[in-house]
Design a protein around this ligand. Structure first.
Ligand code: HC3
Length: 406
């Protein structure tokens, strides 16, 4: 990308042709985002499997609910943490220049493992690509010292009308076992703005919910900068006892990537807290050095592709991507011959999930299992046999060795 593009200006003269061809091609696009062919200058060297880390870049906010004794206030802290994750999830990559790029499409079994170490102690991340067709990423984030866990999985479906519209399928589950408490979290739909100017960025649509086993629900309504009015990344969230939407206990309103106020009741002047996204530093995720990573770990597997992208050498990118695709095809052929399927390392499919059974009806969540291959949950039994820290990856199996791309 040229410095002009980095600054979010118009696409450089050199890339203008490929950008307008891309804009024409997306007009008829719908379905799987991985099949979207973007021009080389807008390719990111980060795989989508890494995006799970955006849930916990503020570990102190993530664990804060565990220290609160009152269930109503605990719910409010869960809402505050959730709102704080939105900047990392949807804006941080393009906040300054509007250059949201196309992430790498993870292969089946791709892993992203890491940990945050800070005043909240150690918070561990396990992210795994549990399906390739359709692409589905599952994750667990755990802070054992504070007893706080998040797990979830997500897929995306895209369609085009005026711009790229992305529907998120999946959900997250936040839990604090000490209180026997579970929170079911839905994911926002989004669309891409700024395409016409060659400066893409994400805007969130519609609404999402958090509903807790302790009897509270938060509804978050997203709005953006419209044609005539509104500010980018705006939202209003209300927190109420489940089933009593008009009995508002708290309201949060503002811009999730900048500042927002949390108020008592429905009146926006009873401010009890103000969150300033710029004033709360993120903690850097620690990822093992590439040479110590498992061959299935994302940065190791994509290393050569990433190097090609970094120097703008699309021949290297093409050759290295093809090697990964070919070795994946070979693995699938082998599995078919042997009559077995790929064993996910940390996650398993579950039937009759208790969290969904109990909490999904309150917020009208339909799991759409046909679009994610089922309901994916972190499998303690599998994980017990694995090292989830970043320095001691288990020895690769013979199948995985095939993936080791030299
Ligand atoms: C739509 C998206 C890929 C999916 C990304 C998701 C939904 C993934 C799960 C995370 O938890 C949240 C998240 C954040 C951003 C989403 C990406 C934004 C752009 C990307 C498209 C595939 C890229 C489109 C290419 C281009 C050039 C138009 O930006």
């Amino acid at each position: 990308m040229s410095s002009n593009e980095k600054e979010g200006g118009a696409v450089s003269a050199q890339n203008r042709g490929s950008w307008s061809a891309f804009l024409k091609s997306i007009a008829s696009f719908s379905g799987d985002l991985s099949s979207l062919t973007a021009p080389p200058f807008i390719l990111s060297s980060t795989s989508l499997v890494e995006f799970s880390s955006y849930w916990a870049e503020h570990p102190s906010l993530f664990v804060a609910p565990a220290a609160e004794q009152d269930p109503e206030k605990r719910m409010l802290l869960v809402l505050k943490w959730f709102l704080s994750t939105l900047k990392q999830q949807y804006a941080a990559r393009s906040d300054k220049f509007g250059n949201e790029k196309k992430p790498l499409n993870p292969f089946l079994g791709e892993l992203f493992l890491g940990k945050w170490v800070d005043e909240a102690g150690t918070t561990e991340l396990v992210s795994e690509q549990v399906s390739h067709h359709p692409p589905v990423t599952a994750y667990q984030i755990a802070n054992k010292e504070h007893g706080v866990y998040l797990q979830g999985y997500n897929a995306q479906k895209a369609s085009f009308s005026r711009t790229i519209n992305v529907k998120q399928i999946g959900h997250a589950v936040f839990s604090i076992p000490a209180y026997d408490e579970t929170y079911l979290i839905t994911l926002p739909n989004l669309h891409i703005e700024g395409l016409i100017f060659g400066a893409p960025f994400v805007e969130l649509n519609d609404k999402t919910y958090i509903t807790s086993s302790s009897g509270y629900t938060a509804k978050i309504d997203y709005s953006g900068k419209g044609w005539l009015s509104g500010k980018k990344n705006s939202f209003t969230a209300t927190l109420y006892p489940t089933g009593k939407e008009t009995d508002i206990l708290y309201t949060a309103t503002g811009q999730w990537n900048k500042t927002f106020d949390i108020c008592e009741g429905s009146k926006k002047h009873n401010i009890i807290d103000t969150y300033d996204a710029d004033a709360v530093p993120t903690t850097k995720l620690i990822v093992a050095p590439i040479e110590q990573q498992d061959p299935l770990e994302s940065r190791r597997a994509w290393q050569k592709v990433a190097e090609g992208i970094a120097v703008g050498d699309m021949d290297i990118v093409g050759v290295e991507k093809t090697k990964i695709e070919e070795s994946q095809r070979e693995l699938r052929r082998q599995e078919k011959t042997d009559g077995r399927s790929w064993e996910r390392r940390y996650f398993s499919l579950v039937e009759n999930d208790v969290v969904l059974e109990k909490l999904a009806p309150a917020i009208g969540l339909l799991p759409e299992e046909d679009k994610t291959g089922g309901v994916w949950r972190f499998d303690e039994r599998k994980a017990a046999g694995q090292a989830t820290t970043t320095s001691s990856a288990p020895a690769p199996t013979s199948t995985e060795k095939k993936l080791e791309l030299k």
